[in-house]
Design a binder for this molecule. Structure first.
Ligand code: NDP
Length: 496
């Protein structure tokens, strides 16, 4: 608190044109965490202008030099790890055990990964016509708008920023309003690293105003968005006016299928971690469980006991495994789903209430909550709650599990737990999702592609595939014949 956070426009750490501010609230106790700049369309216009001014030079900068800057930025983030970890925890409630091991260390690692990966980027050579030389060159998209959510504030921003920059784009980045602090610090590090003015611009402010101003601005060539499916659809509708491409990583309602021959210890460990890590606020968390009859009772008994042992408390305490939700509305929404599930006849097996310890009483906490469910059409099994709230259904066999798993408008990820890998492989062939694990859930690293199907979006983050999101192939055709090819039988210019 008291820190003078600045936005970044055209290489200058500055205040918004209207000099307005907004509050960031610590969800662990609902106290004021920070006051940050609140931008308007005016600032977006300036940021887009700066990004456009910088784009030609940045695009033609040797990729090795762009790579060096990414590596330098990574080193600066790493040097500030001790400052960033508590900031990250304070703004969205991710426990310090998580932010210190994942959120902050992963950001420089991602920059370094992309700094190397981007340098191996190639185009195609195509044997289309022996009398021509045909190839594609990769070109950056131009100015990319990056709009990011709060559940991993720094990592999500860097996972977009790194591939955008290494491929030669300039960016306008908008972090979430409830958790912009570490991305605002990133702006300071961008300046310290020595990125040319205007290559990275960071604006903060409400999605409906600042986010939409980015989407609607004719100087933005593409938007890369991670967030709610409802917001994603709105952005796509707006973007369609100018046929502007939108990369979208949206919501999920991810199934976990546990078959009779699963390793019970592994399935219980995997379920407990993946469902409740980060209070279930992971796009990839499993929130629907389809468990086969023969293992059902043992799995449910062990899962409920294991989830009951999760330490819920002050996210600043290193022992804490689950902190609060990101803000009060998230908690209130989760409680509405819990109430509705009870009224619709789901059986509450664990949780369903707030913790009432002194350190949690004023925060946005919800205890790990498990329901036994009899009907897959319930909202509990269909809607993304984005909280530590899950439903379990008993299924007769793998076929029924697959059918129920696919009965969703989302298609982000899924897991199958079985010791019969052949069966597992054949089953995941039938799942309409972007990522499918066998005997694992929530394993996501820089090297592996991430992205969904259906209403979970259609693009890829991470891995070599992410380079396609920030470049297009320009097709070049060089004719080696004296005359051009045509389908006419005569050379029209030689016939008079
Ligand atoms: P939101 O969609 O509410 O917000 C995401 C970002 O979009 C924020 O910066 C927000 O700004 C901005 N925004 C909101 N409205 C608009 C608008 N009309 N136009 C442009 N930008 C807008 O998501 P949350 O932050 O609540 O994040 C949780 C969601 O993100 C979940 O649905 C989760 O599944 C999804 N997610 C998906 C991932 C994936 O890889 N598929 C990964 C991580 C999260 P502001 O904060 O100011 O409202």
């Amino acid at each position: 608190m008291g820190y003078d956070y600045r936005i970044l426009i055209g290489g200058k750490l500055t205040k918004p044109a209207k000099n307005e501010t907004m509050e960031v609230i610590n969800p662990a106790n609902n106290t004021l965490a920070a006051i940050v700049p609140k931008c308007s369309e005016i600032d977006v216009n300036l940021a887009v202008e700066a990004a456009n001014k910088a784009k030609t030079k940045w695009k033609s900068t040797y990729i090795g030099d762009r790579s060096d800057l990414l590596v330098k930025l990574a080193a600066i983030i790493r040097a500030h790890q001790d400052e960033l970890v508590p900031l990250e925890t304070m703004q969205y409630g991710g426990p310090i055990s998580k932010t210190s091991k994942f959120d902050i260390p992963f950001a420089p690692a991602e920059l370094e990964f992309m700094a190397g990966l981007g340098r191996s980027m190639t185009g195609l050579t195509i044997s289309a016509d022996p009398s021509a030389r045909v190839m594609t060159f990769r070109e950056p998209v131009g100015v990319v708008g990056l709009i990011t959510p709060w559940n991993f504030p720094l990592v999500t921003a860097v996972s977009k920023l790194a591939p955008a920059l290494i491929t030669g784009n300039t960016v306008v980045l908008k972090p979430p309003s409830c958790a912009p602090l570490t991305v605002l610090k990133l702006g300071e590090y961008v300046v310290e690293a020595g990125f040319p003015d205007g290559v990275v611009n960071i604006v903060t402010g409400p999605g409906g105003e600042v986010g939409e101003a980015i989407v609607n601005h004719p100087g933005i060539d593409k938007v890369n968005f991670t967030g709610d499916s409802f917001v994603g659809k709105r952005i796509m509708r707006l973007a369609s006016e100018r046929v502007m491409p939108v990369a979208s990583e949206l919501g999920g309602k991810n199934p976990m299928i546990v078959l009779d021959d699963a390793n019970l210890d592994a399935a219980v460990e995997g379920a407990t971690y993946a469902a409740f890590f980060n209070s279930g606020q992971n796009c990839g968390s499993p929130s629907r469980f389809y468990v086969q009859d023969g293992i059902y009772d043992r799995f449910v008994d062990r899962f409920v006991k294991a989830a009951g042992k999760i330490i819920v408390g002050d996210p600043m305490d290193p022992k804490t495994m689950m902190g609060p939700l990101a803000y009060n509305t998230c908690r209130d929404t989760a409680e509405e789903f819990i109430e509705q599930a009870k009224q619709e006849g789901a059986k509450l097996l664990l949780g369903g209430e707030r913790p009432n310890t002194p350190e949690t009483i004023n925060g946005a906490f919800v205890m790990p909550t498990i329901f036994e469910v009899y009907e897959n059409k319930m909202d509990l099994m269909q809607e993304e709650i984005f909280a530590p709230v899950v439903g379990i259904m008993r299924v007769k066999n793998a076929e029924e599990a697959i059918e129920l798993a696919n009965d969703s408008r989302y298609g982000l990820c899924a897991s199958v737990w079985t010791m019969d890998y052949r069966k597992g492989m054949l089953l995941i062939d039938q799942l309409k999702v972007g990522t499918a694990w066998i005997n694992q859930h929530l394993a996501i690293v820089s090297e592996t592609p991430w992205g969904g199907q259906k209403e979970s979006g259609w693009t890829k983050e991470n891995s070599v595939l992410v380079l396609d999101e920030y470049t297009y192939h320009k097709h070049i055709w060089i004719n080696l014949d004296e005359m051009p090819n045509t389908f006419w039988s005569n050379r029209i210019s030689l016939t008079d």
